[in-house]
Design a protein. Structure first.
Lengths: 164, 212
């Protein structure tokens, strides 16, 4: 394939890689799985790139392909040895910024998100990313009304998980 | 402050703790092999299509054709073959068209639907192979027995079955056939189920409200 396209793609992805990392963080629990999923997202994006016309923003297009990869296309590898868990590495909350209580509460919330199913995770992710309902409905392929109802249910579910 | 607002605020803060890959690291990644479910579905489906076709060839050796010749069934079997291959090609064509429609740039719901549709084609093909095998087996058996009866020599007449023996013979054959096909179908369903369990679950979850 032509070099120009490769260069364009890698530059774009390097700039927007946070989107993929954030999705990996929601859908995986350890560093190796994170890297695996990130790699699969990269491959899927690259495969779909020739069809990317540029009529939408690269980031908008990326949300869709990356989420599709996490929810549908990616097949988890079986791991016999559990690698380092996220809790100790990531989600490090600076103690100067929060007091212990808040910190503890946030940890609970991140743990609760991990317990959600794949679709609920996607909804929470899109909520955290400040996506509006039109975008959410478009990304997931459900009506806007359904997106609203589902979002409310996930929020309730999450709150119940945190405060049982 | 609301729990979720707090979470959102923290989520934004966490951005600076995310890993960052360099241009070269990403460049290397685009040439790695994908391990996506679509690729697996494609490989497994092709194997299934091949298996159906290869089985026909392997099972039908020279001896088989001689046997068929003896029972005057050659034309019937050739007819069956032409029919089976025509149907197989139809399924392969349908599979290929569905496969081509799978696109990661579709919405999640549409993507899942097109993957499930692609897989369904292969499932129907396997169903067709199992049912048609059973039908062909039974028809062949029937024709063999009938043609054999008309050509049989007098010495074999004392070996003829009476009514109840026929009943047991036919019943037994049907039972064995049903069990055999049932087992194949079950194994198939298990493999299929494992491969698509997560996808099916997610699709149902996504579509739940529409069905409520």
């Amino acid at each position: 394939m032509n070099k120009e396209l490769e260069h364009q793609f890698v530059t774009n992805l390097e700039k927007h890689q946070n989107i993929a990392h954030k999705i990996c963080r929601i859908y995986t629990n350890d560093k190796d799985s994170h890297n695996d999923l990130f790699q699969e997202i990269t491959i899927q994006l690259w495969k779909a790139y020739p069809k990317f016309r540029g009529d939408s923003k690269f980031s908008t297009w990326m949300y869709r392909v990356a989420l599709n990869t996490a929810i549908t296309l990616y097949r988890k590898k079986k791991r016999s040895i559990r690698t380092q868990d996220y809790d100790s590495v990531h989600f490090k909350i600076k103690s100067e910024e929060y007091n212990d209580e808040v910190e503890q509460h946030l940890k609970l919330m991140y743990d609760a998100i991990r317990q959600l199913n794949d679709i609920d995770k996607a909804l929470i992710f899109l909520y955290l990313e400040d996506k509006n309902y039109a975008e959410i409905s478009d990304t997931l392929g459900i009506t806007e009304v359904n997106a609203r109802v589902k979002m409310n249910r996930v929020k309730t579910k999450l709150k119940n998980l945190i405060n049982p | 402050m609301d729990d979720l607002d707090l979470l959102k605020k923290d989520w934004k803060k966490q951005e600076k703790n995310l890993p960052h890959l360099s241009y070269d690291e990403i460049y290397k990644m685009i040439w790695k092999k994908s391990s996506s479910i679509v690729k697996w579905i494609f490989i497994i489906s092709i194997i299934e299509f091949l298996l159906g076709a290869v089985l026909n060839f392997v099972l039908a050796d020279e001896e088989y054709w001689l046997q068929m010749e003896k029972y005057k069934l050659t034309e019937f079997i050739i007819g069956v073959y032409i029919f089976t291959y025509a149907i197989t090609f139809y399924f392969i064509y349908k599979f290929y068209m569905n496969y081509k429609k799978i696109s990661s740039t579709d919405s999640a719901s549409k993507l899942m639907k097109s993957i499930l549709r692609t897989r369904k084609t292969v499932k129907h093909y396997i169903g067709f192979i199992l049912i048609s095998s059973a039908v062909v087996f039974l028809v062949t058996l029937y024709l063999m027995l009938r043609n054999h009866a008309t050509t049989a020599e007098a010495t074999t007449t004392n070996m003829e079955f009476d009514m109840s023996q026929w009943f047991i013979f036919i019943g037994g054959t049907l039972l064995v056939l049903a069990i055999l096909l049932g087992i194949i179908w079950l194994i198939y369903r298990v493999v299929y189920g494992i491969l698509l369990r997560r996808l099916n679950k997610n699709y149902k979850e996504l579509k739940k409200l529409e069905m409520e």
